[in-house]
Design a protein around this ligand. Structure first.
Ligand code: CMP
Length: 148
């Protein structure tokens, strides 16, 4: 059964067109369908709204600074088990750990630091729905579900 997830290709990677195109290649080779995509530029308020659950953590300011540093891509990906498959493809949050434990993951290949980890993926069905609504309020989730 097909599932949707929300993926972000963060500003550092989006700025490097060659690498970003390679990543789109990885996405297609791993049988994800890109259902929708858009390129955004966030204000501080946008970043603080999306990452509200991390407010107060030591990396919050750093994270919001990173996510407002340039344009980035948001994608709706479709595949059976899209949520866990995308998280497996991007690998652990921390790129140095990804290089040890998941050396062919995208964060291992392209991530830089714990904050500048180049990718995001929703962690559960409800979060995916919420995050898709956040980035794609015009996307008709109910219609997509009916078509499955
Ligand atoms: P993401 O999956 O988008 O969700 C939260 C983000 O916070 C995460 O990717 C990283 O960019 C950042 N982050 C998470 N943990 C840490 C950490 N320990 N130190 C710095 N940044 C972090």
């Amino acid at each position: 059964l097909a599932q949707l997830t929300l993926a972000l290709i963060k500003p550092d990677l989006t700025a490097n067109r060659l690498k970003a195109n390679r990543v789109l290649g990885h996405i297609q080779q791993n049988d994800f369908t890109i259902v929708e995509r858009k390129t955004l530029l966030w204000s501080k308020t946008d970043a603080e709204a999306f990452y509200g659950e991390h407010r107060g953590k030591f990396f919050f300011e750093r994270l919001c600074g990173y996510m407002t540093s340039g344009h980035f891509h948001a994608l709706i990906l479709e595949k059976p088990n899209a949520i866990s498959d995308w998280r497996a493809l991007i690998g652990p949050t921390h790129p140095p750990r990804a290089r040890i434990h998941a050396s062919d993951s995208l964060r291992s290949l392209y991530g830089m630091t714990d904050t500048r980890n180049s990718f995001h993926g929703s962690d559960a069905v409800e979060t995916a729905k919420k995050e898709i609504r956040f980035f794609f309020p015009e996307f008709d989730f109910e219609r997509w579900e009916q078509e499955q």
